[in-house]
Design a protein. Sequence first.
Length: 492
Amino acid sequence: MSATSHPNPRRWAALLFISIAQLMVFLDSAVMNIALPSAQDALHFSDNGRQWVITAYGLAFGGLLILGGRLGDLLGRKRTFTIGLVGFALASALGGAAGNLGTLLVARAGQGVFGALLAPAALALVSLTFTDARERAKAFGIYGAIATAGGVLGLLLGGVLTQYLNWRWSMFVNIPIAVIGIIGALTVVHDIPNEEKHSRIDVPGAILATLGLVALVFGFSEAESRGWGSGLTLTMLIVSVVLLLAFLIAQSRIKSPLLPLHVLTERNRAGAYLSVGFGVMSMFGMFLFLSYYLQLVRGYSPVATGFAFVPLGVAQGFGSMVVGTRLSARMRPGLLMTAGYLVSGLGVLLLTLLDKDSSYGLLAVAEIITGVGIGTAFMPAMSLGTHGVAPQDAGIASAMVGTSQQVGGSVGTALLNTVAASSTTAYLASHAHGRAATDAALVHGFTTAYWWAVGFLVLSALFSFIAVNAPRPDHSASAAETEALEVPAPVH
């Protein structure tokens, strides 16, 4: 019996609830970035403590994504999704009520742990719910638009909450979103039953993967703050390589691996993971330096900075829901992704023209072009992340999409921040000092980083063009014809 024999009659409502819950994960990081200076003043912690508020979330989230994806496959995606929402809400409540740095760090780590359960389960549920080619394109267009707009909405919401309420609402805001998601999960979200009831967790693999990813994310975090030559940075990066290589070797030799290697070796999925990783490296850098440019060089307030990113968020939604969805019926996914990344690269290239007196119009045009391109590219990329996998591997395949995003974000932030800082320092060394020179130096550093970001998007386009050879979906075919594997009917 195929999935289409008993489609979930409320699948579009389920998609809305799943997407809103996923939005919370993306939104949370950006909101907290804006609120951090206020939280630091209120709780009286150091700049090093401020870095750890970001790092605690990233380490837990990035380190546990693979384990979270496999737990979803074994325990059920709907159950894991619901647990993730409840835990995320509780951790957010704890963070909002925090009276000291230690409590805030525990809450941020808790958000990361439950986010690692929630994110892969959400993507897997979308993948398993929509198997008809036409509906799948629309569903991933909506899901991708909401997910990619989370960062922009987070910047806007973070500025409003911080300026007009207080930093604690950057944590409390997650609670009503989680409650909405929980209601949806319990009422309209369906799951596919797992036929491998007696599978066990690969404990050694889980330990190796988690420690390896934690070391990788921590290493890049330290590179951003301490520099690439730091002994701790180099040690963490070397340890991460050794642990992750040991993890991959172990996965090839055991019967029930945490990450079946066929999930990684299928060319379309591999191309999607690589392209998303490099694309996120570019996007994180763009977010970071545009925020710096607007606040440090142009003197925008947090609220004004948030509003300045609105064209980017709207364009991402348009690219995903309209352009990507419609062109998916006319182009192969690989070509659509390639075109999207190149268009996005053109938008980032326009940012290299910014100077300290540039009009907002130029920035808005660059944001719109970048947003349409990245929204268009990420829509098929997210869908391909679970391309052709059996239902029992949907969670782990989805986790690899999240891992690509998390690792890409960590690498991009650290690398581009180093590039910009080095370029700014070199500029100041050869120019006169003063406010005007400082602003010019900052812009020069940002411009150098934008060129690197363009390069990352070109790499994303190359991976998409070379690796992704999946055919154009046949929107006139039934789901049974478009999916290689038949899956059981959804269950409540």
